[in-house]
Design a protein around this ligand. Sequence first.
Ligand SMILES: O=C(O)CCC(=O)C(=O)O
Ligand SMILES: [Fe+2]
Length: 355
Amino acid sequence: MAEISVPPVEVLLSKRVQEMVLHGEEPLGPYICRSGEDVDDKEDIMDTSPIPIIDLNCLSSSTTSDKDREQELEKLRAALSSWGCFQGIGHGISVSFLDKIRQVSREFFKQPMEEKNKYAKTVVDFQGYGADPVPEQGQYLDWSDRLFLDVFPEDQRQYNLWPQLPVSFREVLEDYAEKMKLVTEITSKAMAKSLKLEENCFLEQFGEQAQLQARFNYYSPCQRPDLVLGLKPHADGTGYTIILQDEVGLQVLKDGKWYTVPKDPTALLVLMGDQMEIMSNGIFKGTVHRVLSNSERDRISVAVFYTPEVGKEIGPEDGLVNGDRPKIYKRVKDYAETHWKFYQRGMRALHTVQI
Ligand SMILES: O=C(O)CCC(=O)C(=O)O
Ligand SMILES: [Fe+2]
C-alpha cells in the first residue's frame, strides 16, 4: 500500500479547513488526535447536562430582594468553585441581537475563500482570519477556522481586518463589544460579592484598559468525528471567556468527565480562565474544555476573551488569603503570553505561577 505523505504543519495551517472540506479531503496527520477505538461512545452522548444556570439580572437588579440575591450569589460561588463555568441568562442582551451575531458570523464564513482571505493572517499573527499560530511540532491541529479580532481597548482594533461583508458585520460587532463590556462589569462584581469581597476588586485587577478579544469559530462538518476534534482540550489564559454558540459541540471537563454545554439560544456560557483562578486564590476553577467535530452539521461560536490590561500585575485577592487558606499563586503580569507558549505544547501554564 502506498504510504500517505503528511504535509508539514506550516502547509496544513496555510490551508483553511473549510477549503479542505470543499475539496473532499479527509483529516490526516496532525489533525488526528483521537483513535476511533478509544473514543468512548458514552462520553459523547449529547445529553442534557447539569451545567449551572445563573440569572445575572437577579444578581445586579435593584428590584431583587436581598434574600433572592444572596441565594443567587451562593449559586454562583458554588458553580464557579466546582464547574468553573455557568450558563448566564438575564444578561440584558435580547435573543434577536444574539441571533444577529450568529447570523453575521455565519454569513462571513459562508463567503468564498477569496473574500475571506482579504482578512487573512499569517501563520504567526493572532488577529485576522485563519488558523491559530503554528503549534510546536507534535501538536494537534483543530478542525476549525477562525477570525480573531481585538475589540478593547479601542486603539487595538485593526479595522483593516474587520470584514466589510456582510455589511452589518462591523456595526454588530461594535454593538456586541459594548454589551460584552457591561456583562463583564456585572459578572466581575457579582463574582466578588459571592466571595464577600469589595465588589470592584476584580474589575480593578483587570484594569481600565482590560482587553476584550472576539474569536469567531467555524467548525466544518468532519467525515471522521471519531478521529478529529473541532478544538483540542485546553483552559483559556483569560480572566474569563464568554461564549455564544448556535449548536452543541462544546464540552467542559469536570471530575474527569466531559459534559456537553446545551443549546440555549438565550444563554451565554461564562467560563473561568486561568487568571480568575489566580485572582480567586484557587477558589474558582479555570475549566478545561474542548469542541467535538460533527459529521452532519457545521457549528458557529463566538468566544469573547476578557483579559487583564497588558502589563498589569494580578494576583490572589488579599481577602481570600488566610491561615486556613494560604496564598497558592504568585503575582504575575501578562500571564496570557506564558499561557500561549504552553498551549502550543499542549500544556497548561498554571504551574508556572504556583507557590
Ligand atoms: O467553540 C466553542 O464553543 C469554544 C471556543 C473556545 O474554547 C475558544 O475559542 O477558546
Ligand atoms: Fe477556549
